[in-house]
Write a protein that binds this ligand. Structure first.
Ligand SMILES: [Zn+2]
Length: 202
């Protein structure tokens, strides 16, 4: 369950010096409270959603919405609103999301670099995670490295979710009979087609 909503916080209360009260017609008697609205998720402020205001006449004590003021009153409010800064903490959620996205992009890049490096220099016991032709995932381990090929031991199981690869990556699933030779160009083709998801080296 995601709890989300909208909140407003008070920023400032200032008089509208040149505005006439729509009720008692006194000039400069209106005080306006400026509020900043924001969206929140689990009470973490996500992003600001603009500023709003309400007025109260200090003379006749009647309250007004900004839209009830005459045009010059609305303009004065708008100018005043522009001088009040939105507090930076209202961007907390947005900043967290941005950090998370940057982190993911960075770790993806790291992984790409690692795979490219390891595939160019295969070593014994490297473990490859790859995508099968029917979009499942499985693994193989490098047993021996030759000049233009490698001997690998295939996992005889596969899974439909990459995140569950650990469930099938157990010793008994590597059948001693499932040993094959892969040429360097076969490996290159697998890599170029994006089928190599990860390579692990201890
Ligand atoms: Zn008034």
């Amino acid at each position: 369950m995601i709890i989300y909503g909208r909140s407003a916080t008070h920023l400032k209360t200032e008089p509208l010096r040149n505005t006439v009260c729509p009720n008692c017609k006194t000039t400069g008697s209106l005080n306006t409270g400026i509020y900043s609205r924001h969206a929140h998720v689990f009470w973490i402020p996500l992003f600001p959603m603009g500023k709003v205001g309400v007025c109260e006449c200090q003379h006749c004590h009647k309250g007004f919405k900004i839209k009830e003021l005459a045009e010059d009153g609305k303009r004065e409010f708008k100018n005043l609103k522009g001088t009040v800064r939105t507090p930076i903490w209202k961007y907390t959620g947005l900043a967290l999301i941005l950090l998370l996205v940057c982190g993911l992009v960075y770790s993806n890049k790291q992984k790409e670099t690692k795979v490219a490096t390891l595939i160019a220099n295969p070593a014994m016991f490297d473990k490859y995670t790859f995508k099968t032709e029917d979009d499942h995932y499985s693994t193989f381990k490098v047993l021996e490295v030759f000049k233009d090929s490698i001997y690998v031991n295939f996992n005889t199981y596969e899974t439909d979710k990459l995140t569950r690869i650990y469930e099938i990556d157990i010793k008994d699933n590597y059948d001693p009979d499932a040993i094959y030779s892969l040429t360097a160009s076969e490996i290159d083709n697998l890599y170029a087609s994006g089928a190599i998801m990860d390579i692990e080296r201890d």
